[in-house]
Design a protein around this ligand. Structure first.
Ligand code: G4P
Length: 529
């Protein structure tokens, strides 16, 4: 068998994530996509799985207590001749780091909007992130079975607030109790809504042609006004243009109700047809094309103890080019070392399983024994590194207080692993043995405390600490750097990877330090390099 990748295998990959404000319906839509993709048999399974996991892992209990979703996973399923990779992202804002990194691993995104609420704050933030890489976006306006805002008004809001032009593909016929169906503007077909329709894909009846007698009869009293409305929409909104969509300047818009399986097949069909396959990616040296023969990829996420029975840690690697086959050797660029990979995982049908091959666009799960960090690049020997994997500046700091000093080793181990995952950042001051944690939100500290207890049997609490912000210190002049190390010793620390960090107690102190050391570079984040 030839070793190189097959172009068809690569071009049929569709790797994407769903972005939305909490409660808009991301979980429900995910479940319906998996259902229609044949990845799961019955609706309710995603939530059912959640519940099953809760039962086996106490750490998930935190999720349950808080009513939030903090884990994320990868699901793969075939649909209409394509291979879809859906990367789930945690919904809570304290976990946005994880979400942002996941968005660097996709080729497109699906935005879910609640028809009653319109564009919400979290959607705005996520759109900003997708914009950094000009990620193409499809839009699903959900919960049509409830009273919502005027469709035109929703499109106006998306255009104004998110600064992207909207091309409606389907258009609602009524809303809430008055919902009759959706009209497909391109197919010229009505999809009839039946409340509580829980069937599989394609069970909704259709009527061809809006100007047919059947349509007149179906629409009844609203026939004329609806036809006028459609004419208005066609006149006012741009037509769907694949080029504009792929350039992230236009978003095709679909209406529906995820919970009622309504409008989802139309969305999925369009998605696999139009969404981009694997895209070229930037590295430190050159642009990597997906069709290149040699494999390359980067790690965007590490998750520990996914399966409490195994206590394993999985590094999620996005394959950017080439093909993986079981047993191949991969070059870990940062360490300059080769590794033989026998047991990589893929995520077909929402279940982890060992795989023999995977292609650019796919996500591989690599067992991690502490040698893989977020941002690491793997190749077949070339020394290049993928860029643009964000690492966020911590905004909150706490000192770890260990209840039982004999558990120090376990604490260190736990913190090292949580750091690797990007769940928190650890700073070790040069002047003492304190352990200072940095996070972007309060919830992160709660999760760290919970997991230290649950997974490492370490009871820890957190004290306030006099740190306002952290800056990673870089300098070309070794003498200057040494001088700084001596003069600023009191406020210096090492991070998880051993990089030098200045912990400024106040804003003024930071300002003065920046002025006093103009030859040094104070960065808000550590580069994943
Ligand atoms: P999220 O992942 O974006 O946070 O949203 P999720 O799917 O959990 O949906 C949030 C709530 O909205 C859920 O109700 C869900 O059932 C409901 N929902 C999703 N899609 C639709 C829809 O098309 N129509 C209507 N009317 N509701 C929808 P919940 O009461 O919070 O949870 P549950 O008890 O139903 O599980």
């Amino acid at each position: 068998m030839p070793n190189g990748p097959t172009p068809e295998e690569i071009s049929k990959r569709r790797t994407f994530a769903i972005i939305s404000h909490p409660d808009a319906g991301k979980t429900t839509l995910t479940e319906k996509l998996l259902l229609f993709g044949g990845a799961i048999q019955l609706a309710g399974t995603v939530k059912g799985r959640k519940a099953a996991r809760h039962a086996t892992s106490d750490w998930m209990a935190l999720e349950q207590q808080r009513g939030i979703s903090v884990t994320s996973s990868v699901m793969q399923f075939p649909y209409d001749g394509r291979m879809v990779n859906l990367l789930d992202t945690p919904g809570h804002e304290d976990f946005s780091e994880d979400t942002y990194r996941t968005l660097t691993a996709v080729d497109s995104a699906l935005m879910v909007i609640d028809c009653a609420k319109g564009v919400e704050e979290r959607t705005i933030k996520l759109m900003e992130v997708t914009r950094l890489r000009a990620t193409p976006i499809m839009t699903f306006i959900n919960k049509l079975d409830r009273e919502g805002r005027e469709p035109m008004e929703l499109l106006d809001e998306i255009e104004k607030v998110l600064k992207i032009s909207c091309a409606p593909i389907t258009w609602p016929i009524g809303m809430g109790r008055d919902l009759q169906g959706i009209y497909h503007l391109i197919e010229d077909r009505i999809y009839i809504y039946q409340a509580g329709e829980k069937g599989r894909a394609g069970t909704h009846a259709t009527i061809d042609k809006l100007d047919s007698d059947a349509a007149t009869e179906f629409l009844g009293a609203r026939a004329q006004t609806f036809r006028d409305e459609v004419e208005l929409v066609r006149g006012a909104a741009p037509e769907f243009d694949t080029k504009e969509y792929l350039a992230a300047r236009q978003t095709p818009v679909f209406f529906g109700s995820a919970i009622n399986n309504f409008g989802v097949t139309e969305l999925l069909g369009s998605f696999v047809r139009h969404a981009p396959g694997p895209q070229p990616r930037e590295t430190t040296g050159r642009i990597v094309e997906p069709m290149e023969e040699k494999l390359s990829g980067f790690v965007f996420k590490i998750q520990a103890n996914m399966d409490p029975g195994h206590r394993d840690r999985i590094a999620f690697m996005r394959i950017c080019s080439g093909k993986y086959s079981r047993g191949m050797r991969l070059f870990h660029v940062r360490l300059g070392k080769e590794m033989r990979i026998n047991d990589a995982l893929t995520f077909l049908a929402a279940d982890r399983q060992h795989t023999d091959e995977a292609f650019a666009g796919d996500i591989l799960g690599l067992h991690n024994h502490g040698t893989i960090n977020i941002g690491d690049t793997f190749t077949e020997g070339e020394s290049l590194m993928f860029t643009g994997i964000p690492n966020f500046a911590p905004e909150m700091f706490r000192r770890v207080v260990l209840r039982d000093p004999l558990r120090m080793k376990a604490l260190q181990k736990g913190l090292d692993q949580l750091c690797e995952e990007g769940a928190t950042q650890v700073f070790r001051p040069l002047r003492n043995n304190d352990l200072i944690l940095g996070a972007v939100g309060q919830l992160q500290f709660d999760v760290v405390a919970f997991r230290l207890q649950d997974e490492y049997s370490v009871q820890a609490s957190f004290d306030n600490v006099n740190v306002f912000t952290a800056r990673w210190v870089y300098g070309k002049d070794a003498k200057k750097l040494d001088e700084f190390r001596t003069k600023a010793y009191e406020n210096l620390a090492l991070d998880h990877s051993g990089a030098l960090v200045y912990l400024a107690p106040t804003r003024v102190n930071l300002q003065l330090t920046l002025e006093r050391w103009p030859d040094l570079d104070f960065r808000e984040t550590r580069e994943h390099l």
